[in-house]
Design a protein around this ligand. Structure first.
Ligand SMILES: C[S@@+](CC[C@H](N)C(=O)[O-])C[C@H]1O[C@@H](n2cnc3c(N)ncnc32)[C@H](O)[C@@H]1O
Length: 219
């Protein structure tokens, strides 16, 4: 099976932190067992032509059901993380295209994919409303957006601290937001929520532990 990488030439120049430190921090934090547990529940639902927004180091790849996926397209502006994803992509039993670009500018045709998968990336994508609109544009009628994301807690005392510490956290955690409400984001940008589970993940620090996992469909 083939792997293509696009956009490496145009990718923004990354500093020492982005090239050598951030990939390991992101990969390490995203490999926590409670997060892998969520991946195990959502990723196997992907089918057909699948696009992953914020593919990162490719931690979702081992969870795809190879009998259901025709092709996988990864979108992420981080060249360093996509280099890590490339290593896993070469072992996959289906074709993988990797695009080093932000999801706000997804380089795909309208109505060309069956599934958009987003895990732990709506927190970091700077203009996540644009990214959701791109998801809606590229999805075929009847397609699905699968998501598993940490975000704004339903507990007011936790939400208060998430709001207070959000900007400080963003500075030390590569632009990650603590307080994004993924359900509201999807509803505001033209999706209906077909299924959702919102719950506190055990084993993840409190401010990062409230998880939204589910399936959304273009309205
Ligand atoms: C916390 S990591 C999650 C990675 C991966 N989805 C996972 O579950 O392990 C957040 C990812 O969002 C990516 N990201 C940042 N800005 C983005 C953008 N504009 N479009 C798409 N992805 C973006 C980062 O490069 C990083 O890979």
């Amino acid at each position: 099976m083939s792997v293509h990488v696009c956009g490496a030439q145009q990718a923004r120049k990354e500093g020492v932190f982005d090239r050598f430190v951030s990939p390991w921090l992101v990969h390490g934090a995203c490999s926590l067992p409670p997060i892998s547990e969520q991946r195990q529940k959502i990723v196997p639902l992907a089918e057909g032509v699948v696009v992953e927004f914020g593919m990162g180091s490719g931690l979702n790849m081992p969870f795809y059901d190879a009998n259901k996926v025709k092709k996988l397209i990864g979108i992420d502006p981080s060249k360093a993380l996509m280099n890590k994803a490339h290593v896993t992509a070469k072992t996959m039993p289906f074709d993988v295209d990797l695009h080093i670009v932000g999801a706000e500018n997804t380089p795909l045709e309208d109505q060309s994919v069956d599934t958009v998968l987003v895990t732990y990336s709506f927190c970091t994508i700077p203009d996540n409303a644009s990214a959701v609109r791109e998801a809606r544009r590229v999805l075929k009628p009847g397609g699905q957006l699968l998501f598993s994301e940490h975000g704004l807690s339903d507990k007011s005392s936790t939400a208060k601290w998430q709001n207070r510490l959000n900007s400080l956290w963003g500075k030390v955690a590569g632009g990650c937001h603590l307080n994004r409400n993924v359900e509201t984001l999807l509803l505001d940008e033209g999706f209906d929520i077909a299924e959702i589970e919102k719950k506190r993940m055990r084993g993840v620090p409190g401010l990062l532990g409230f998880n939204y996992r589910g399936i959304a469909k273009p309205r």
